[in-house]
Design a protein around this ligand. Structure first.
Ligand SMILES: Cc1cc2nc3c(=O)[nH]c(=O)nc-3n(C[C@H](O)[C@H](O)[C@H](O)COP(=O)(O)OP(=O)(O)OC[C@H]3O[C@@H](n4cnc5c(N)ncnc54)[C@H](O)[C@@H]3O)c2cc1C
Length: 444
């Protein structure tokens, strides 16, 4: 079935925080009217953007010690957009509960980490003027349980800020959609509708779904790990594969007042273990995420097993890359230990050693494996360089964009929407206008 009413200038596939941020940006800051969004589930933000699936953190790069200064500058620019959006929404309606603000710190333990962190502060404090370097006494005032029970001879140091935005990214999806609808009541949103295939014709795409066929001039795929599967079905991204890195969490009754991060291993594109208060319940502290490879594109969804292998690619090339990546000494050990963290009995006893770097006096009976919590990060494997890439990837094709979004994909959703909007204007031969000035005034 194809019907004129379902023709789109821009059709977005995926109703997570990346797809809905783009819907909002196009509705509010451009004059494109024929907009649509297709989501296979019955609601927005049910996959990695759900608050149960990610660490709920707005990453700026101030306490993520594996970010270079350039990476931090780029992530900060985009997270600032989300921060401004959140603050603006809070001002208009305090009951929205899109986020909670706590203190956040990165903690160095031991002489080497303390030296490295204090050097880092010299450079990073210029980009993050609210960041302060604090010693044991002040750490203990802000986070008593970080100091309680710790060997007094162990050196510790922290960088702290009050800007610990803890975000419910699923609610953020809803907020983007509601505001998009206010700007453009004609946008067409199809929930419970699964994209099956896209075919590129001369001047438009035929988009086949389980609810019928649609035509669109341009398409943006914001389907997380599935974006690469769809890209490959259209001949794009053939040199890429995905390492699907599931993250699990343990919870404890409130042992921290705010977020406490540990120092990251530079080689790894995954966040080091951290402790965070739940976005809607400060009385629960969540520790994690762990990182173990799974052969699924969606966590806790066995039906994505075959889709994972389609995305991975079945040739010898991705297998060589995978072996080369996994058999790196640092990564191999890291992955092995992380697989064990998910096991009953032994997992908790091993993981508690990591948590004790943050809260030395935490007791085994305070900790609980958070069943069903944690999504999976589609980390990009580059089969040409045979390397694991950091962060998100974007493939730009002929009037089509594919966004593949491991962490910090939720923090950068509006920055991503900004650059997609610029590309879309070109795809549409500049027949429409992107009011960049208004976007920048509101959000940058
Ligand atoms: C353990 C963990 C911790 C993380 N912590 C953080 C964090 O603290 N901060 C941060 O910024 N980021 C974090 N991330 C990353 C963040 O969660 C993701 O980058 C972000 O949610 C990606 O949003 P998205 O919209 O691209 O993907 P998703 O939220 O996964 O949305 C994709 C959507 O596409 C839909 N879809 C897929 N296929 C189809 C199809 N065929 N037809 C129709 N619809 C389809 C899905 O149903 C889904 O709704 C974390 C991730 C994990 C796993």
């Amino acid at each position: 079935m194809s019907n004129k009413a379902t023709d789109y200038d821009v059709l977005i596939i995926g109703g997570g925080v990346v797809g809905t941020a783009l819907l909002y940006t196009l509705s509010k800051y451009t004059d494109i009217r024929k907009l649509g969004l297709i989501e296979k589930y019955s609601d927005f933000g049910l996959v990695n953007s759900a608050s149960t699936k990610n660490s709920q953190t707005l990453h700026f790069g101030d306490i993520e010690t594996n970010y270079t200064l350039d990476k931090a500058k780029s992530v900060k620019r985009m997270s600032d957009m989300v921060m401004k959006y959140l603050e603006h929404e809070k001002q208009s309606d305090n009951d929205l509960m899109l986020f909670t603000k706590y203190s956040k710190m990165v903690l160095a333990v031991g002489r080497k980490q303390v030296e490295d962190l204090s050097k880092r502060f010299t450079t990073f404090s210029q980009l993050f003027p609210n960041l302060r370097m604090i010693k044991r006494d002040e750490i203990g005032k802000i986070e008593p349980r970080v100091v309680e029970g710790r060997n007094p001879d162990q050196e510790i140091l922290a960088l702290v800020t009050e800007d610990g935005y803890t975000v419910d990214f699923k609610r953020l999806c809803h907020s983007f959609v509601e505001n998009a609808r206010k700007e453009n009541p004609d946008i067409n949103i199809l929930l419970d509708t699964r994209l099956v295939k896209i075919v590129k014709n001369k001047d438009h795409f035929t988009v086949r779904t389980d609810k019928g066929e649609f035509h669109a001039t341009t398409v943006v795929i914001a389907a997380g790990g599935h974006s690469l599967m769809i890209a490959k079905s259209m001949g794009y991204g053939k040199n890429l594969s995905i390492l699907s890195m599931a993250g699990s969490f343990y919870t404890a009754p409130k042992v921290l007042n705010g977020k406490v991060y540990t120092i990251q291993v530079a080689k790894l594109p995954f966040a080091a273990i951290h402790g965070d208060p739940e976005v809607h319940d400060e009385n629960v502290t969540r520790f994690g995420p762990t990182a173990k490879p799974i052969f699924q594109l969606e966590r806790h969804n066995g039906s994505t097993f075959f889709e994972y292998w389609k995305t991975f690619g079945l040739g010898i090339n991705p297998i060589i890359s995978l072996f080369k990546i996994i058999f790196d000494k640092v990564l191999f050990r890291y992955i092995l230990v992380n697989v064990l963290y998910d096991l009953p009995f032994i997992g908790k006893r091993m993981f508690i050693k990591q948590i004790r770097m943050i809260v030395p006096s935490v007791k085994l009976n305070e900790l609980k494996y958070a069943k069903g919590i944690g999504g999976t990060r589609p980390q990009i494997v580059n089969n040409t360089t045979r390397k694991l890439e950091m962060g998100e990837a974007k493939l730009i094709g002929d009037k089509i964009i594919f966004n593949i979004t491991p962490s910090p994909g939720a923090s950068t959703c509006l920055g991503n929407a900004y650059s997609d909007t610029i590309a879309l204007m070109g795809f549409l031969d500049n027949r429409y206008k992107f009011n960049k000035e208004a976007f920048e005034k509101d959000l940058m």
